[in-house]
Design a protein around this ligand. Structure first.
Ligand code: PEP
Ligand code: MG
Length: 755
């Protein structure tokens, strides 16, 4: 009896015809279940769709009681159908009632069936529903039949994802594929963004899954795999620069997967079952995703990304689509969604259209976050599987303050956020009104507020915020977003533009701070056990003086006729500072000899970000013209807590005695020596922390542009001497139980300082 109606091939052919018929969604579903039941000689075939409330609704059936359609609703914890949905794996049983999870609904009349075959309806690894066949007699479903049913499930997945079934749903019980999701991540850049998803690397959408001609599809698949392998080999060959390091590791992993027999075999089998080549790639990838997403092993999850990338490359090979979103057709309110992204890629987009950025990876101090902050784009990172959950065009809200994302938000959430956006705009207007107010506390103490910057896009912020100048210009950002070492002429051009934009206001350039987490894609990576403590910043600059020298030369030339301020990062010993300063002197002599005009005055400073310098403050102050505390690194090294590791980065409070005593040491040593001290880490960007720094004696802070308004608003209401009276005794407290943050918070509330 089996196969009397032509077997799986015929089923797929008929399915394609049904998909092309101009009928309603319900009629199409009804036809599909009849077709499958007949073809597989099963008494029952049913389609369950996962709803927004995470229950499964019967959408169509052949064989069960038809009155149960749109009435029967199962929990995902219930029965065999729930099992298939939950596990995202097919289940074939000849004696279903013997399965421990078997349960039945009397209204469907299904208790009389022995055999059960359920396959998940999957898309990008996410379950959208379940497709089931049942037989009265005990029977074993063949591999071929399981495959055919899975293929049908792919067609249904496309129907569900396209929104075709939404019209059949009761309000509030729509298919889950479009359900609102509230996802948590970490904040990368403050701000609120409302808009529509643009996938940075769009998934190639496969609409044609059923093959006309299996042999042709096999050839297409083989040809695409051949091209993919060739492309990877070529990338490995061409990649002369990446002799080692992460990039090469990824390519090697790609090569391994591209030759993986298991993967190839699965895709070929899928084609033989009647899928198009692209359908086969999609199906195997969706299954792999579903399996791997349930794995908690970070290694496996990382491999999942590699496989996703490869599958997408294969699809592009087959369908010939462009790799990225169309920059020209970017919607007005774009929210860029990506696994991860380089700063250069973000800068490639039209800034005026981007409202937000959401990444699966990315830490607070990663460079793409720095660029997002510079551009004023709300950004959230570490949002699990966001590239699999979001579709291009989906509405999305990025809450950069809370580090949360709302995908396809319900109306009330959207309204609440629209109100928040209006509120923020009003507050921004209030901050803007402070732009020209001098940054002086209530008791007359002047605390200069400078900007942290590093890109051309930062420059308009000087005028917008009314900042006193640029307290930290991170010169490495120009290097990090470039695809090759910027020439000396390009460096010169940027430094001149910065000085021109600042006009009379001072700019402090920091020399290249590369190495550690700041890698240049075009520079040969050095394998280090512990890069944060490795060959980086001034260490690299002194060992490779050519690089540092040319940068210093560009800076000196850019500063011709004006004051120039240069500082060195990661100074750990005064000898390093001496050596670096000697390079400045040497370059000055060189330029003078060659008749170049020179800066009026050159101030040379050091960053205090390695704890060893805390114990050489008098020595360094005797040599340097100024110091700038890099609290990001200083706190990371004081507490031995990686600033980029979300598990430990916020474990230690900088408003604790250990850190505050360190900051105080620098401020006091500076004032004894009569040398200016600034603090330029992220710490100064938070009003309560800025209050504490002012109380410790800091009279100059350098912050991110968005923080100037809130910090100035706090300083204007602050009585520094009163704050000192609260803070200093707490620093002397030796009980080990001082709760400084809470005490300062209470002080701010009582005295009306907005923090
Ligand atoms: C710091 O370490 O605090 C700092 C300002 O430098 P960066 O964040 O660039 O390392
Ligand atoms: Mg630093």
């Amino acid at each position: 009896m089996r196969g009397a109606l032509g077997g799986p091939r015929v089923l797929l052919r008929r399915l394609r015809e049904v998909m092309a018929e101009p009928v309603s969604a319900q009629d199409r579903l009804d036809k599909i279940v009849v077709l499958i039941a007949a073809n597989m000689v099963a008494e029952v075939c049913s389609v369950y769709v996962l709803r927004v409330d995470q229950t499964l609704e019967l959408y169509a059936t052949e064989g069960l009681n038809r009155d149960a359609v749109h009435q029967t609703v199962l929990s995902v914890d219930e029965g065999l159908v729930g099992h298939v949905a939950r596990e995202a794996e097919s289940l074939a049983l000849s004696d279903a009632q013997a399965h421990p999870e078997f349960s039945y609904r009397p209204e469907t009349g299904e208790e009389i069936y022995s055999s059960f075959l359920g396959v998940p309806i999957l898309r990008a690894g996410n379950t959208l529903g379940v497709l089931v066949v049942q037989n009265r007699a005990r029977r074993t479903y063949t591999e071929e039949e399981i495959e055919a049913l899975q293929t049908t499930a792919m067609v249904l997945a496309e129907m569900i994802a396209s929104g075709e079934l939404t019209a059949l749903a009761r309000p509030g019980a729509e298919p889950a594929v479009r359900r609102p999701l509230h996802l948590k991540g970490v904040s990368l850049a403050d701000g609120l963004g409302l808009g529509h998803v643009v996938l940075h690397e769009p998934r190639v959408r496969v609409t044609n899954v059923i093959a006309d001609d299996v042999q042709r599809e096999t050839h297409r698949l083989d040809a695409a795999i051949g091209k993919l392998r060739h492309a990877i080999d070529k990338m490995l060959e061409d990649d002369g620069l990446a002799k080692s390091g992460e990039h090469r590791d990824i390519l090697e992993a790609y090569r391994m997967f591209a030759h993986d027999r298991g993967w190839m075999h699965k895709m070929r089998e899928a084609v033989l079952s009647g899928l198009t080549a692209e359908g086969a790639v999609e199906r195997v990838q969706s299954d792999t995703r579903a399996r791997m997403m349930r794995a908690s092993d970070p290694y496996l999850r990382e491999r999942l990304h590699d496989l996703d990338d490869l599958a997408n490359r294969l699809l592009r090979e087959l369908l010939g689509r462009a790799p990225g979103p169309d920059r020209e057709a970017l919607p007005e309110n774009a929210i860029i969604v990506a696994r991860n992204m380089s700063p250069a890629a973000l800068l490639d987009y039209d800034r005026t259209r981007i409202r937000g950025l959401v990444l699966e990876e990315g830490g607070t101090t990663s460079h793409v976050s720095i660029v997002a902050r510079a551009l004023g784009i709300a950004a959230v990172g570490q949002v699990d599987n966001i590239t699999g959950l979001a579709d291009s065009g989906d509405p999305m809200i990025v809450d950069g303050q809370a580090g949360e994302v709302h995908l396809r938000p319900p109306g009330d959430v959207e309204e609440a956020y629209a109100e928040k956006v209006r509120f923020r705009a009003r507050r921004q207007a209030q901050y803007a009104a402070l732009r020209t107010r001098p940054s002086v506390t209530k008791d007359g103490v002047h605390v200069a507020l400078h900007l942290n910057a590093g890109l051309v896009v930062d420059l308009p912020h000087i005028a917008e915020t009314g900042a006193a100048g640029i307290g930290l210009f991170r010169t490495e950002l120009q290097f990090m977003i470039a695809s090759a070492f910027p020439r000396i002429s390009e460096q010169l051009k940027l430094y001149r533009a910065v000085l021109d934009a600042a006009g009379e206001r001072p700019v402090t350039f920091r020399t290249l701070d590369i190495g550690g987490d700041k890698v240049l894609p075009y520079m040969r990576a050095v394998e280090e056990e512990n890069p944060a403590l490795g060959w980086r910043a001034i260490r690299l600059g002194l060992d490779r003086p050519g690089l540092l020298r040319s940068q210093v030369r560009a800076l000196l030339r850019a500063g011709a006729g004006r004051d120039l301020r240069v500082m060195f990062p990661m100074v750990a010993a005064v000898e390093e500072f001496d050596a670096a300063r000697a390079i400045v002197e040497r370059e000055l002599t060189h330029l003078r000899k060659h008749g170049h005009s020179l800066p009026e005055r050159v101030f040379v400073g050091a960053m205090v970000e390695v704890p060893s310098l805390l114990f050489q403050l008098d020595e360094i102050l005797a040599r340097a013209d100024f110091l700038s505390v890099g609290s990001n690194d200083l706190v990371q090294f004081l507490f031995a807590a990686d600033r980029a590791n979300v598990r430990v980065a916020d474990r230690f409070d900088p408003l604790s005695p250990a850190a505050l005593r360190a900051f105080r040491m620098v401020a006091e040593a500076g004032s004894r020596a009569g040398k200016p001290i600034t603090l330029c880490g992220e710490l100064a960007s938070r009003p309560l922390e800025a209050l504490a720094l002012a109380a410790l004696g800091y009279r100059s802070l350098s912050l991110s542009p968005a923080a100037v308004g809130p910090v100035k608003a706090a300083l204007l209401e602050l009585d520094v001497s009163a704050a000192r009276k609260v803070l200093l005794p707490l620093l002397e407290d030796r009980s080990g139980t001082a709760r400084i943050r809470e005490s300062l918070q209470a002080f701010a509330e009582i005295t009306g300082v907005p923090v």
